[in-house]
Structure formats: structure tokens, C-alpha cells
Design a binder for this molecule. Sequence first.
Ligand SMILES: [Fe+2]
Length: 416
Amino acid sequence: MPVAASKYNLRPFVEAPLSSSSTKPIELEAIDLSLYKEGPENLPVRKQLAAQIERSLSTYGFITVTNHGFPVEKLDFLKSLAQGILETPLEEQKKYLAGALKSDLEDRSVSVGAERGSGFKPKGYWSMRNGVEDSIIHYNFNNMQQSLFFDTEKNNYPDIVKDHLDDVAEYYRFLHGDVLRKLSNLSDLVLELPEGYLYENYFKVIDGDIPGSGGGAGRFMLYEGMDPEDSKKVENTWLRGHSDSGGFTFITSQPILSLQIRDYYTGEWSYVGHTPNGLIVNIGDAMEFITGGYFKSSIHRVVGPLDDQKEYRRLVLIYFSKPNDTCIMDPEPLKSPKLERLGISKPKEWENINFRAWNEEKSRLFGKKKVNDTQSEEPKLVLLYGRLHERWHQAEADFSLEEAQKKFEVIRLDAA
Ligand SMILES: [Fe+2]
């Protein structure tokens, strides 16, 4: 496997020790995926797993997955590869940028930006509040589920990436074809749909047909320590609260206490704890819309580490799985008996849109000054196709667009 390891001086990534803090992380449902077995005789076990994910996805929008089946030693190798890639000097990164050098310099009419483009996002791309810029380096991969991923003519990869495309594709294809497929099938059981329905209609991969195919973006992401003065200005929030735009997001669990979920109902923040060799999985907006709001695309953020983990860097490998571009962002096509029984249907203010429309507009708002440079923890809310671009207030008792517009500064898309 690591034939080129010595060429790139790859070395193991050193994880932080567990924090000795008494802070109690949130207790998420842990799905043991080794219990998932195909076949009618195993349906009762799958139903139990489905009940477990239903409890978590309809409340927190997060679960943890253990025993996913991807070999630990391969994952360790990918972490050392990620470290090698993300330590590329800035001058070299500039030859392989995912977007411009700053979000606000991005000409979005020609570029999808560093959120969605393939390549490096150097530190300082995103604008945060009080004039601070982010301290995160990431490298994005696109089209790993497609043969196009291996086309080194059409893709501008640095050598270290070019030499490891097989390793990268193996991981992301496993997550999509195996873990995502199983979670989709369990979601079918929750929604009382035939098993396979969600995967077939939203996530199935069709090689060569990118818009018609399910897929996703891979991201290697390294959080370096933020300047203490800057950290103060953002009240120790290193990545602002946001919801993901896609289907299911998969994040490698790591020991630094830093990822926090905002409770959908109370607005309280809680830490997500560490599950060794586990994955943290959360729902994105697309899954929230497809289920008419039954699954929660919760706001989450990353805060600076506690004192006993401050000397360590936070490295995560992320997979943002996405449904195909043309699928509809509301529950009507599903005809789910479960949602019907719960009285959940498409809210009248939601415009009829597909995933592409949502994803394109939402991602370009993430690091823009006009939306994010505010005095409070929340960005300005942007009205996007009859929905607010981030899911901060949906569960409030009197939540409606009309009420939201009275209480918060909501800007229109064309003004963002
Ligand atoms: Fe996220």
C-alpha cells in the first residue's frame, strides 16, 4: 500500500491524549454496523438498528457508527497521508487551489469556491466574525465515485495526491457503497419504505453521469492552533455553527474535545465525545428536506481545545455524501406512510427545488463577510427558496418565516 511513503516522508499522525476534563459529552446512539446483515431472516436486527438511528436522527441529527468494517491500519495510513498533504507549503498549495485565496475574492460566476472545488483551501480563506479569518487548511477531493477521479489530465493533483488516488478512492467508495447504503436502508425502515428506496433514488452511483449520480466530496481537514487574540475575538469558536448541505456526513472520530452540536430544541451546545475507530455521522439539509424535517440537520461547530489538548492539532477525514443533483428537496416523492402518519408534508413556503439549486447557493454563503461578519454567534440568515440557509430556529414553537423575519435580520439571496 504505502509504496510512496518514504518519497513523501509520511509519518504517523499523533493524536491527542483524551482530555481529563470533567466535561460530559452528549450521549449519541452508537450503531454497531457489524450487526447489520442482509436477508429477510435478519430483518428484526435491522429494525432494531433502525429504531436506534431514528431516536438520534430525529432529535440530534447525529449518530456514531462503530465496527464500520474499514481496516484500522488503512485508516491510519490515510491520516498520515492527510498530514503529509496538509503540510504542503503555502507556495506549493497555490498551484492546486480549490478556489481563490479568500472567499470574498472569489468570482462565484466562474468558480464553485474552496468549499466545493477540488484542491487546497489555505488558512484564512473564510471570513469569521470581528474581522478574524479561519485557521484551517483543507484539501478537497471530488468525484471519487467516478472513473473521472483517476484522470490525472483532467484533474490538477499535486504529486502526493496523484500517487495515492487508489488509497483515497478505496476509503470513500467504501463509505458510499457500504456504510451509506446501510444507513440509507435503515432510514428506509424508519420511513416505512422498501429497503433500497433512498439509495436507489438519491444516492446510486452511475459512472459517467455526474448530475444524475449520487456522490460526495471528500475532505482532509487540519485545524492548527488559532492566534490567542483572534480566538478571543471569535469567543473560541474556530469553525462557526452551520448545518451541512448534503445527505449524510461521515467524520473520523478523534480525541480532541472540539466538535459541538447545538440542540435543535433548546439551543444548548454539547461536545461530541470520542469513539476510537468510529465515525461521527450527521444529517445534512438534503436529508432534512427529503424527510420534511423529521431528520434534523443540526447546527454544529468546532471550538478551540481545552488546556490539556492545546498542544495538539485536530485532523479529520470527512465525507460529505450528496444525493444526485436532480432529486427534489421535499418529502412529496417519498410517499412515506410514516411521515404521513406523523402529519409531515412539504411546508407551503418551501419552493420546489432540486438538490443542485440548494447546494450551489448555500455553499457560496459560508465564508462571505456580508453574511458572517456579525457581532453574534449566528450568521445573518439568508432566505433561500422559502427556507433559511442555516437551520438555527426551525424547532421554535412559533417558527415561521414571517416570525423569523421579525426577530432576525434575514437577507435575501440577491443581496447576500
Ligand atoms: Fe459541518
